[in-house]
Ligand binder design. Structure first.
Ligand code: HEC
Length: 120
């Protein structure tokens, strides 16, 4: 009885770990099909390379911070935007240092821009 209870607890624990771990290959999902103007994407690219690339890699492949490729499929625009504005744990918030339009643009860029670049 005791043993069975323990085994059940361990099984549930493992199932939980598996469910929480993110083994999805988001990068392979590519850009979202959202459309942004070229002007916005260019601004986003500039903001990204100034403010984000040191931690997330020049092409979003990750460094100190996690990779951002294909994450537009995991998180909505609003989720990513509020994270960038407010920050989370070691991710600094940019709500005070970037203008709203710059945050809009950099979020657009990380959702679709990395992928456009690779066609050059
Ligand atoms: C000082 C290093 C640093 C800088 C600069 C930085 N980030 Fe981050 N970022 C992080 C870390 C670390 C995390 C993981 C946060 C956590 O543990 O919750 C993160 C997480 C994220 C996430 C969520 C990723 C995921 O899959 O959960 C996004 C989106 C993001 N950053 C975008 C940006 C953007 C856009 C910029 C530039 C405006 C930026 N970051 C600048 C370190 C940084």
């Amino acid at each position: 009885m005791m043993v069975r209870g323990l085994r059940l607890a361990l099984t549930l624990l493992c199932a939980c770990c598996l469910a929480c771990g993110d083994s999805t290959d988001w990068a392979s999902k590519g850009p979202t099909d959202e459309k942004y103007s070229q002007v916005e994407l260019s601004l986003g690219e500039a903001v990204y390379s100034d403010s984000c690339s040191a931690c997330h890699g020049q092409n979003g492949s990750g460094n100190f911070g996690p990779d951002l490729l294909g994450k537009g499929h995991k998180y909505s625009y609003e989720e990513q935007r509020s994270l960038v504005a407010r920050g989370r744990r070691s991710m600094p918030g940019f709500g005070a240092s970037l203008a709203d339009a710059e945050i809009d643009a950099v979020v657009a860029y990380i959702r679709v821009g990395f992928f456009g670049e690779s066609r050059n």
